[in-house]
Write a protein that binds this ligand. Structure first.
Ligand code: DGJ
Length: 722
C-alpha cells in the first residue's frame, strides 16, 4: 500500500511501514522504517522530525542537515556524512542540495533496461528531488507489495540541463535508522569458504563492505543485515540490505556523532565516474530492503520468498530443478568418449536426469593454458563431437548440459590470435594472469556480439537443455582502448552491463535452456545474477562438513533452490576429508541436487546408496523449492548442524542434520523444531513417533547419537490425531 499526498508518504508491506515527509524547508525526510504504523501516526512522527529538520532561517548553516534522517545524502552543503551521490559540473563544482520537486505513483514496478530488476510489485512511488544549484534531478523509486516485507529501492539520475555533468558516485539508496546502536552481519569469506556470517557491532565512523573485483565476489557478498542489539536467529528486529548487482559494489554503515545510523550502497564509488550528457539519465541497480521482527530467520524467509516470486524467471522459480551429474571432479580435462559414456550410462541407472559436460570440450582445451574463447568442439577429444555425447545421453533418457566461460580468453587461442584487442589489457603493461587467462572487454558491444554468436551457434546446433556459465577470474588492468580517457571511470560498470546484456540475449533466445551461474565456485552469487540464472554453483568446496557452513551462510539471503549442491568423491578434493556418502547426500539435499564424481567407479553398494539418495531427493525437492527454511543448529558454533524446511501449508517438513564432532559426556540432548503448526499432529517417519507440532517445537526431539560427520534426516507428515 502506498499513501502519498505530496507532503507525506507512507509505504506499507506485510509487516513494515516506511514513512517520509517533505519538511517545511523542502527536504525529503525519513520518519520511520520498522514495524507497522498508520497514516494517523505521521503527525506525531513529524513533531520528532521537526527537531531534526533545518528551519528556514538556518538552511544555509554549515551543519543544518548533519543529523537529519534523509532519503538521499548529498555533498558539500552541510551534511558531512558520506554522500549518497556526488555530481561535478563542467567547472568542477560539486556542491549539491537536493530538495523535493514532485511525486507520482505507478502500478507495478519499473523494468530497468539493461539491469536485472524485480519482475513484479504492487505499486511504485517515484519521488523527484531537484538540485538547488544545477540541472540535476534524482528520482527515488520505492516498490512495495502488500504480501511482502521486501521494499525495493533504486534511483534514476537525470541531467535536465544543457551541458554534460560527471557523476562521481551514485549509490542506489539511503536509509537512516535512529539511535545508532546496531550490529552488522556480513557474509565474508574467500574461495571455498564463501559467505561465512560474521556479526560485529557498528561503531562510530564508517563500516564498509565492498568488492573491487568487477564481480560481487567470493570474499564479500553484496548483502548486510543490520541488527538491533537484541536480534537473534528467531527474535528481534533486523533489516536485510541486498544489492541486485553482480559487479564491484559497496555497502556502508555510518554512525556519525549523535546522528542516526546511515546505511547506503550501490555501485562501488572507488574509481567510478559516469559522464552524463544533456538530457541523459543514469539508472542505479536496485536494492532489496527487508524488514523482519522475527530475527534473522524471519528475514531470510521473507527474502527467499521474494527472490523466488519476483526475481527468478517465473518459468523456473518453482519448477523441479534437474538432478545433475557433472564430470568436472570425475575427469577434470582428461576425458574421452568412453570415460563420459561410462558416467552417463551409470547415471541413468541411478535416477539422475541431466549430464553436464564441464570445462575441456572445446578448442585446444586440454589444460587451463589454452582454448578459452574458442567455442567450437574439440573433435580430437570427443569423437563424433558433442552429438555423440548427446546421443548417448538421449539413449539413456538423460538431458544434456554444457559448460561455457563466455567472458574469458586464453592467449593461446584462435580468438586471441585473431583479436588480441578483445582482451582487457593495457599495451605496455604486463597483464595479471589469473588461471592463465585474460578477461574479455565486455564494455565493447562488438566483443559481446562475437561471444553471443559463438555461444548461440552451439546452442542452436545441438540439443542442449542446460548451460553452466562459469567465470574464473576477477578484473585487473581495468582499461579499454575504446573508451575515451574521461570515461574510464565507467569501465567496471560497463563491464557488468555487458555481462547482463549477453545473459539477457541468451536467456531470451533460448528460454528452454536452464542457465546455471558459476564463478570459480560462488564468486558471483547475488540477487542480480539470480535474475538470469535460477541457480548458482554455491562453492567449489563440496566437503560433507565445510558445505554445511557455506550453505548455512548462503541461506541468510538466498533461497535453498538457488544453491546448486553436488555430492563429490572422498577423500574430498579440496579438504582431503572423508565423510560418509550419505552425509554428502543429505547436505546436498538442502539445495538443487546433483553429483560431481565418476559414478562408474563406485562400488555396487555405493551405487545403491546413490540411487536411494536420488530417489529420496525426488520426494523432497518440492518442499525444498517451495517451503520455508528454518536454521536450527549452527555448524559454526555448535557440535551439530541442522536445518529444516516446512511446506507452506505446514503439513510436511524435512529436517536434515549432521553430527560434527562428538563430545564426551554427551547426555540426552534435544533439538527444538520450528515453523510447524502447534495444533497439527505429525508423524516422524524415521523415528516412528507421533507428536503435536507444539511438543516437537517446545519439548523437541532427541538428537541422534551418531559418529563424527554422520548425518540424519527426519521426514514429518501431518497425520490424523485421533
Ligand atoms: C570452476 C567451477 O567452479 C568448477 O565447477 C569447474 O566448472 C571449473 N571452474 C572448470 O574450469
Amino acid at each position: 500500500m502506498i499513501y502519498a499526498d505530496g507532503s507525506v508518504f507512507l509505504l506499507q508491506g506485510k509487516n513494515y511501514s516506511y514513512a517520509m515527509r517533505v519538511t517545511k524547508t523542502g527536504f525529503l525526510q525519513q520518519l520511520h522504517y520498522g514495524g507497522k504504523i498508520t497514516k494517523d501516526d505521521i503527525a506525531y512522527l513529524a513533531t520528532i522530525g521537526d527537531t531534526m529538520a533545518p528551519r528556514e532561517d538556518d538552511i544555509n548553516m554549515d551543519c543544518a542537515l548533519d543529523g537529519m534522517m534523509s532519503e538521499y545524502g548529498f555533498y558539500a552543503r552541510g551534511d558531512f556524512r558520506d554522500p549518497t551521490a556526488i555530481f561535478a559540473r563542467r567547472d568542477g563544482a560539486v556542491m549539491t542540495r537536493l530538495r523535493y520537486k514532485s511525486y507520482r505513483v505507478t502500478t507495478g514496478t519499473p523494468g530497468l533496461k539493461g539491469l536485472p530488476h524485480v519482475r513484479k510489485a504492487d505499486k511504485t512511488l517515484c519521488v523527484t528531488l531537484k538540485d538547488d544549484f544545477s540541472d540535476i534531478e534524482v528520482e527515488l523509486m520505492y516498490s512495495v507489495s502488500d504480501d511482502s516485507d521486501v521494499l525495493v529501492r533504486g534511483a534514476v539520475i537525470k541531467n535536465v540541463g544543457k551541458t554534460a555533468i560527471e557523476i562521481k558516485k551514485a549509490f542506489s539508496f539511503r536509509i537512516d535508522l535512529p539511535n545508532g546502536e546496531y550490529s552488522m552481519m556480513r557474509l565474508g569469506g574467500t574461495w571455498g569458504r564463501e559467505r561465512c556470517p560474521e556479526v560485529a557491532p557498528i561503531s562510530h565512523g564508517i563500516t564498509r563492505i565492498q568488492s573491487l573485483r568487477g564481480a560481487s565476489s567470493h570474499q564479500t557478498n553484496p548483502f548486510a543485515a543490520i541488527m538491533r542489539k537484541d536480534c537473534t536467529e528467531e527474535c528481534g528486529e533486523c533489516y536485510g540490505v541486498q544489492l541486485m548487482y553482480s559487479g564491484s559494489f559497496a555497502i556502508t554503515a555510518e554512525w556519525a556523532q549523535n546522528s542516526p545510523l546511515t546505511i547506503q550502497g550501490g555501485i562501488n564509488d572507488v574509481d567510478f565516474s559516469w559522464k552524463l550528457g544533456a538530457g541523459e539519465t543514469f539508472t542505479t541497480p536496485q536494492t532489496l530492503l527487508t524488514y523482519s521482527d522475527c530475527g534473522l530467520g524471519g528475514m531470510s524467509r521473507s527474502i527467499s520468498r521474494f527472490i523466488l516470486d519476483s526475481v527468478v524467471d517465473p518459468k523456473y522459480a518453482y519448477a523441479d530443478r534437474p538432478i545433475v551429474i557433472n564430470n568436472w571432479e570425475a575427469t577434470y580435462f582428461d576425458f574421452d568418449n568412453d570415460k563420459l559414456f561410462a558416467i552417463i550410462d551409470t547415471a541413468a541407472r541411478l535416477g539422475i536426469d541431466t549430464f553436464v559436460l564441464d570445462d575441456g570440450w572445446f578448442g585446444k582445451r586440454n589444460n587451463d593454458f589454452a582454448g578459452l574463447g574458442d567455442w567450437t568442439v574439440n573433435a580430437d577429444k570427443l569423437k563424433g563431437g558433442l552429438d555423440a555425447v548427446i546421443d548417448r545421453c538421449k539413449k539413456n533418457g538423460l538431458k544434456f548440459g554444457l559448460w561455457f566461460e563466455p567472458e574469458m580468453v586464453n592467449e593461446d587461442s584462435e580468438l586471441y590470435r585473431t583479436h588480441p584487442d578483445y582482451a582487457i589489457e593495457k599495451v605496455g603493461v604486463t597483464p595479471v594472469r589469473a588461471r592463465q587467462q585474460l578477461v574479455l572487454d565486455f564494455t565493447r558491444k562488438d566483443v559481446v556480439d562475437h561471444i553471443y554468436h559463438a555461444v548461440s551457434k552451439i546452442l542452436k546446433a545441438h540439443d542442449i537443455s542446460y548451460v553452466k556459465w562459469d567465470m574464473n577470474r576477477n578484473i585487473t588492468e581495468c582499461f579499454s582502448d575504446k573508451l575515451p580517457a574521461e570515461r574510464h571511470g565507467e569501465f567496471m560498470h560497463r563491464y557488468i552491463l555487458g555481462v547482463y546484456d549477453l545473459a539477457e540475449r541468451l536467456t531470451k533466445e533460448f528460454p528452454n535452456v536452464f542457465f546455471e551461474g558459476c564463478a570459480g565456485g560462488g564468486g558471483r552469487f547475488d540477487a542480480g545474477a539470480l535474475y538470469y540464472f535460477p541457480q548458482i554453483w554455491t562453492s567449489d568446496v563440496t566437503d560433507g562438513y565445510e558445505r554445511t557452513k557455506i550453505q548455512w551462510g548462503t541461506s541468510m539471503c538466498y533461497p535453498l533452490s538457488a544453491m546448486s549442491c553436488h555430492v563429490s568423491v572422498c577423500p574430498n578434493h579440496q579438504t582431503r576429508r572423508t565423510t560418509p556418502l550419505v552425509t554428502r547426500g543429505i547436505v546436498a539435499s538442502l539445495g538443487a541436487y546433483g553429483y560431481e564424481l565418476d559414478l562408474s567407479k563406485l562400488t555396487e553398494e555405493e551405487k545403491e546408496t546413490v540411487k536411494e539418495l536420488t530417489a529420496t531427493y525426488k520426494k523432497i525437492r518440492r518442499i525444498i523449492s517451495e517451503g520455508d527454511m528454518y536454521r536450527i543448529l549452527d555448524p559454526y558454533t555448535r557440535d551439530y548442524f541442522c536445518e529444516m524446511v516446512v511446506s507452506r501449508d505446514k503439513s510436511e517438513a524435512y529436517v536434515a542434520g549432521e553430527r560434527v564432532l562428538c563430545i564426551p559426556c554427551d547426555y540426552n540432548r534435544y533439538v527444538h523444531l520450528r515453523g510447524l503448526d502447534e495444533n497439527k499432529t505429525y508423524r516422524v517417519e524415521e523415528l516412528d513417533i507421533t507428536a503435536s507440532g507444539a511438543a516437537l517445537m517446545k519439548a523437541g526431539l532427541l538428537l541422534p547419537k551418531i559418529p563424527d560427520f554422520h548425518a540424519w534426516t527426519w521426514h514429518l507428515k501431518e497425520c490424523d490425531n485421533k
